[in-house]
Design a protein around this ligand. Structure first.
Ligand code: SF4
Length: 419
């Protein structure tokens, strides 16, 4: 029998995305009379009580961002709905089925902070999502300035500093930051940026309160999260699971596996890998970190044992190398070299010294980029090499991989234009 968890973020899936359906499901949104320390303090404490952190992969404490933005009288609230992770359907699910929950979160932040501007960023190739946002904004009556921003669709566009720079009129390129987390400005005002799932969680928290919010979840991380299951699962798609649910339970929701699995790729293309027997791993950040992974974008790809996991992975790494902003050495020189090393290994033409060289490259690249893009690739490759060791050894013995050609497990969007 498959696991069934009550939906929260996606509670309106059957009712539709209208404001009316949203209010009937979550009740009226009660906002403070105006910005005040009391209102902000209440929200900050609620965020901390449920352990709310950034669901876009940063896992920065949400209350910390709130406190930082509160140092400005008119901060700008930014909803990051760019979703550069090709294997994640989270933005699509939330914007098409629960846009008002996302907007509620932004409105709540604006109201406790005294912000007048809310920017919602949707990648320029996601017209359906952008339309859903426009329709939702048209239904709202708050006296706030909503703007829909359309940054170019690239992996690094979703990086917070790149997004803020774009909305501020610049190029959608990451800015070098000495300290992390750090925060950007739009015009003369501080920006408070949250991934759209985080924003929707703020909406839930405001509508239902921290006690209700904390009824599900695990340890200090309460609530639910969205995971996108694909690869060798019967019913691929976006599923809502309580934080701490085992990977196996999420797979059951997707109808189970269709074939034996070589490995699970978790957390997006900057994420990590889990061996085929790790279905007991809990889907929450501390548990995943304890096994070298991260929830990241919430994508989970079950790579079937009938395909060559190294060939699949090398396609992803080559694509990631092309997605860099081309500003820093580790990306410009390092990532293409890593992709070439992995391709050599996947083709069965590498020797042990080539693998050693690949590992040295990873050491050298890590932590040297202006943003975390190269670090994500390092994690992806390093984790791969440590999880599929038998497969690596088989390739080092040469010859063609018994698992055969790739099965196209990982979506790799074509980029028409480099911007
Ligand atoms: S590290 Fe890579 S992706 Fe990040 S800013 Fe530098 S070149 Fe661009």
């Amino acid at each position: 029998m498959s696991a069934i968890f009550p939906r929260r973020l996606l509670a309106t899936v059957e009712l539709g995305p209208s404001l009316d359906a949203h209010r009937r499901t979550h009740g009226p949104l009660t906002l403070p009379e105006g910005p005040s320390e009391v209102a902000r303090g209440t929200l900050q404490r609620a965020m901390d009580a449920v352990g709310l952190t950034g669901r876009g992969g940063s896992h920065v404490q949400s209350s910390l961002k709130l406190a930082f933005a509160a140092q400005d009288r008119r901060p700008v609230v930014v909803v990051n709905a760019t979703e550069g992770e090709p294997a994640s359907g989270r933005a699509h699910a939330l914007l098409l089925h629960a846009p008002h929950l996302v907007l509620d979160g932004a409105v709540v932040l604006a109201s406790v902070l005294g912000a007048r501007d809310i920017a919602i960023a949707v990648a320029d190739d996601q017209d359906l999502q952008a339309h859903a946002v426009e329709v939702a904004i048209a239904e709202r009556s708050e006296r706030l300035r909503f703007s829909l921003e359309r940054p170019p669709s690239r992996y690094v566009t979703g990086e917070e500093s790149a997004l803020v720079r774009f909305i501020d009129g610049g190029a959608a390129l990451p800015t070098f930051r000495v300290e992390r987390p750090s925060f950007g400005t739009i015009g003369r005002h501080r920006a408070i940026v949250h991934n759209l799932e985080t924003m929707a969680q703020v909406g839930l928290l405001a509508a239902h309160g921290p006690r209700w919010f904390a009824e599900v979840g695990t340890g200090s991380e309460r609530g639910t999260t969205l995971v996108t299951l694909s690869g060798a699962v019967r019913v691929p798609g976006v599923y809502e699971v309580p934080l701490g649910a085992p990977l196996g339970a999420a797979l059951e929701m997707a109808g189970g596996l269709t074939a034996p699995v070589a490995a699970f790729q978790v957390g997006g293309y900057g994420g990590a890998w889990l061996g085929p027997n790790r279905v007991d791993v809990a889907l929450d950040e501390p548990s995943l970190r304890s096994v070298g992974a991260t929830l990241g974008a919430g994508s989970i790809v079950a790579v079937p044992a009938t395909t060559c996991v190294l060939a699949e992975a090398s396609l992803v790494v080559r694509w990631m190398a092309g997605e860099s902003a081309g500003q820093c050495g580790p990306c410009v020189f390092g990532l293409p070299a890593v992709a070439s090393d992995l391709e050599l290994l996947a083709a069965g033409r590498a020797r042990r010294t080539d693998v050693d060289r690949l590992k040295s490259r990873l050491e050298f690249i890590e932590g040297r980029g202006a943003c975390r893009h190269p670090d994500g690739v390092v994690r992806f490759v390093r984790s791969l090499l440590s999880v599929v060791t038998a497969h690596v050894d088989a390739h080092l013995k040469g010859g063609r991989c018994a698992a055969g050609a790739n099965a196209g497990c990982f979506p790799l969007p074509e980029r028409v234009e480099v911007r």
